[in-house]
Design a protein around this ligand. Structure first.
Ligand code: MN
Length: 131
């Protein structure tokens, strides 16, 4: 058993490398090939396109966001309490809504394969499709 008390003094990380816009992350736990991150996206901020080697679970805590899968050719609006399961290899992105921040817990198993940034056009297409 391992108990993690709060953030154990770790500072929040400004995530810039594989994200667009204002994104902050707190590592809750990283162990045994599983990482749990609390991730804050400002309005319009998002991940780059990516795939997870095994799977990812997103649990939405606050705000509103978007999740888009190019493999399925569709997306969803994420609301507090929603849980999304992203299976292995699915090409997708997630982020804040245009007019709302998004705070989600991301439980990722296995490494992520980071791809290109989500263009403003791709983002707008998702916004329009989900309006
Ligand atoms: Mn993901």
């Amino acid at each position: 058993m391992k108990i993690v008390r709060g953030r154990e003094g770790r500072p929040s990380e400004h995530r810039t490398e594989t994200f667009t816009g204002e994104v902050w992350g707190d590592v809750v736990l990283a162990d045994d090939g599983m990482t749990v991150n609390s991730v804050f996206f400002g309005p319009g901020a998002r991940t780059q396109w990516h795939r997870h080697a095994v799977a990812q679970i997103l649990h939405v805590q606050h705000g509103r966001g978007l999740l888009w899968s190019s493999d399925e050719g569709r997306g969803v609006v994420l609301e507090p309490g929603d849980v999304a399961h992203i299976p292995a290899g699915e090409r997708h992105w997630h982020g804040g809504a245009p007019d709302s921040y998004l705070l989600h817990l991301a439980i990722s198993v296995g490494p992520a394969d980071w791809l290109e940034p989500v263009s403003d056009d791709d983002y707008q297409e998702a916004v329009d499709a989900l309006a």
